[in-house]
Design a binder for this molecule. Structure first.
Ligand code: SF4
Length: 336
C-alpha cells in the first residue's frame, strides 16, 4: 500500500468532463502545466531572487483558499494535468496541504519549488509527501558556507539537505529534483554542487543561469557570470552528473559544448502562471501564458548565422546590453 493510501484510503480521481477540449497555443502547443503562486512570503533572502519585487508588491494581497481551489478546478477542467506550486515558499502557505490534496483528487501531477522550510520537519513531510509527486529543491552550493551566502540565511543549507534526505527516506519513489542558480559567487563550486546532488540521489538537476528579474535585476552586474567562465564551469559536468538527468536553464546552447542537447530550451513545456499581477483593472490574481521559453532572452547579430537559432533562445537581454557576447559561436550548417 502506498503512503498516500495509508494516509487516506484509495484516492478518488475526478476525471475532466469528456467535452473538454485541449487548450492549444499559437503553434499548436497543448497547455498541460499550471504554475500557481500560493504565497508572497519567504523566510530566505536569496541574492538572485527573481520573485523579490513581486513579493514586496503583493505580500499584502492574500492568496485565499477560495482562489486556489477555483484555479485548480478550472484548470483541471481545461485539461491541465500538472500543477507546480510555487511562491515565495509554498510550504509555508496555510493552503499548501489542501492544495496538494485537491490537485491529486482532480487527477493532477503535483510538484513544488521549495527551499524545504516545512518539509524538513518529519511531521509535516509525512502529511505532505503522500500528495506530492515531485519537488524541485533549491540548493546553490555544495556546503553551508556557499549555499547560505547565496540564500541569505545561516542554517538554510542544513534545512534543505534535511528536507531532501527525509523525502528520500519517507518515499523512495519520490521525484527528488534540484535547482541550482549559478552566479559569480558560486560558479567555482558548480562541479562540487553537481556531485552533491548525485550523492543525495537527485534524479533531475537544473543548472540555472541568473535571470535578470527581481533582486537579480537590481544587482545583475555583480551576479551575472561572463560567458568564458560559464563555458569552463559547465564543461565536464556530464561526468559529474553520471546517470542523473542534467538540464541547463537560461544559457546559450553554444557555450554548453557537448552538453548542448541538455539545454532546457529543447526540453520545455508551455505553462500558464497564475499569480497577482497589475492590470488596467488594478491588482488581479490573473493568468499569464508562456508558450515558448524565451522570457527576457534575445539573439545577438551573430545568431543570424546559427543553424540552431530556432531552438536556442540566445542570451538574456540585460546580458547582451552589459557584457561581451563575442564568445557566442554559431552552430555551422553541417550540410555544406
Ligand atoms: S549563436 Fe546564438 S542562437 Fe546559436 S547557440 Fe549561440 S546563442 Fe544560441
Amino acid at each position: 500500500m502506498s503512503l498516500r493510501e495509508r494516509a487516506s484510503g484509495p484516492l478518488p480521481v475526478v476525471a475532466p468532463p469528456s467535452t473538454v477540449r485541449p487548450w492549444v497555443g499559437p503553434e499548436g502547443q497543448v497547455m498541460r502545466r499550471l504554475e500557481l503562486h500560493l504565497t508572497y512570503h519567504c523566510p530566505e533572502r536569496c541574492l538572485f531572487c527573481s520573485e523579490e519585487h513581486r513579493m514586496v508588491g503583493f505580500s499584502r494581497f492574500p492568496v485565499t483558499w477560495g482562489r486556489v481551489a477555483t484555479v485548480l478546478r478550472t484548470h483541471a477542467e481545461r485539461g491541465v494535468g500538472a500543477v507546480h506550486l510555487t511562491g515565495g515558499e509554498p510550504t509555508i502557505s496555510p493552503h499548501f496541504l489542501k492544495a496538494c490534496m485537491l490537485a491529486k483528487k482532480l487527477g493532477m501531477r503535483t510538484s513544488i519549488g521549495t527551499i524545504g522550510t516545512m518539509l524538513s520537519r518529519a511531521d509535516f513531510a509525512e502529511k505532505a509527501l503522500p500528495w506530492l509527486d515531485e519537488a524541485l529543491f533549491s540548493v546553490h552550493g555544495p556546503c553551508a558556507e556557499v549555499h547560505d551566502r547565496m540564500a541569505g540565511r545561516q542554517g538554510s543549507f542544513q534545512q534543505i539537505i534535511a528536507a531532501m534526505t527525509l523525502a528520500r527516506r519517507l518515499r523512495p519513489d519520490f521525484g527528488l529534483f534540484m535547482n541550482t542558480v549559478v552566479t559569480r559567487h558560486n560558479v567555482a563550486h558548480l562541479g562540487a554542487t553537481v556531485r552533491l546532488a548525485r550523492r543525495l540521489g537527485v534524479q533531475l538537476l537544473v543548472v540555472s543561469n541568473t535571470t535578470p528579474e527581481g533582486a537579480a535585476s537590481d544587482r545583475y552586474e555583480e551576479l551575472a557570470v561572463p560567458l568564458d567562465v560559464l563555458r569552463d564551469a559547465v564543461s565536464g559536468l556530464g561526468d559529474d552528473a553520471g546517470e542523473m538527468t542534467l538540464r541547463f536553464f537560461g544559457m546559450p546552447m553554444c557555450i554548453l559544448g557537448d552538453l548542448a542537447a541538455r539545454s532546457n530550451d529543447v526540453h520545455w513545456d508551455p505553462r500558464v502562471t497564475v499569480e497577482w499581477m497589475r492590470s488596467e483593472q488594478g491588482v488581479v490574481y490573473g493568468e499569464a501564458y508562456s508558450w515558448t521559453p524565451n522570457r527576457r532572452r534575445c539573439h545577438t547579430p551573430i545568431c543570424a548565422q546559427c543553424t540552431r537559432s530556432a531552438l536556442c533562445q540566445g542570451v538574456y537581454d540585460r546580458f547582451a546590453e552589459l557584457f561581451d557576447t563575442s564568445l557566442l559561436q554559431p552552430f555551422p550548417d553541417s550540410s555544406r
